[in-house]
Design a protein around this ligand. Structure first.
Ligand SMILES: NC(=O)c1ccc[n+]([C@@H]2O[C@H](COP(=O)([O-])OP(=O)(O)OC[C@H]3O[C@@H](n4cnc5c(N)ncnc54)[C@H](O)[C@@H]3O)[C@@H](O)[C@H]2O)c1
Length: 214
């Protein structure tokens, strides 16, 4: 299959690119940064998803992963550009599945205001996409991760005390790896046939953890 992934230079997008390559697929990666990933089945394209998107045919799986956490372009990058990418590449006969990297902040409202709002928008748009992709027999789902070990969180990972505080907020006392998210992505897009319009919360029980007093 031909897989288009945004934000493949590092983090979750890079782990996803490696996973789909390992499973024998052709991967096209968009990123504003260069990539060290070298494989005959991998094509890296320097593309800012907020700007002109190149013409590509025959995409089977689209993974909307590129995103930023703060700054003036959060809504434009995480929501408007994600919509533009999906409208351009997903609605064609070849499409099999679309996946969005939302965030646990979409359901609990935590983190930077624009970030939480952008990811809430992504979850709603994912459902809208599911409704419109059904005629192609294609699925649309999203992953809402809590903490994941990626360079996005370097400022936390580099501070042992802060890192431990974050881990203590979760029920399982851990964060996910980018590879775990990539495995789940593969399942959702390439194994799953019947689940569509759904958002999966992968937060090590962070939102479930509560201190209810009986
Ligand atoms: N890491 C986490 O804890 C976490 C948790 C929940 C959700 N997410 C989401 O998962 C996705 C990936 O996160 P990550 O941790 O791997 O981030 P990351 O910052 O490590 O990697 C993101 C990649 O996207 C690229 N990118 C950013 N803006 C772009 C643009 N306009 N055009 C093209 N490429 C662009 C960056 O250059 C980078 O390579 C993001 O949407 C993020 O919001 C991450």
């Amino acid at each position: 299959m031909k897989i288009l992934i945004t934000g493949t230079s590092r983090g979750i997008g890079l782990a996803c690119a490696k996973k789909y390559l390992e499973m024998g697929h052709e991967v096209i990666g968009f990123d504003v940064a260069e990539s060290d990933l070298s494989s005959p089945s991998y094509t890296h394209m320097i593309v800012d998803i907020k700007k002109d998107l190149p013409d590509l045919d025959g995409i089977n799986v689209l993974i909307n992963n590129a995103g930023i956490q703060e700054g003036p372009d959060v809504i434009e990058t995480n929501l408007s550009a994600t919509i533009a990418v999906t409208e351009k590449y997903a609605f064609q006969d070849s499409i099999h599945s679309v996946l969005f990297m939302a965030s646990s902040s979409a359901s609990n409202g935590a983190e930077f205001p624009e970030y939480a709002a952008s990811k809430g928008g992504v979850v709603t748009y994912m459902k809208n996409t599911a409704l419109r992709l059904a005629k192609y027999g294609a699925t649309s789902n999203s992953i809402s991760a809590g903490g994941v070990y990626t360079p996005l969180n370097a400022h936390i990972m580099d501070d042992p005390k802060l890192m431990q505080q974050c881990l203590d907020e979760t029920l399982l006392g851990r964060w996910a790896s980018a590879e775990e998210i990539a495995d789940l992505s593969y399942y959702l897009t390439n194994v799953n046939k019947s689940m569509t319009g759904q958002d999966l919360l992968i937060d090590n029980g962070e939102q479930l953890k509560s201190n209810f007093i009986w």
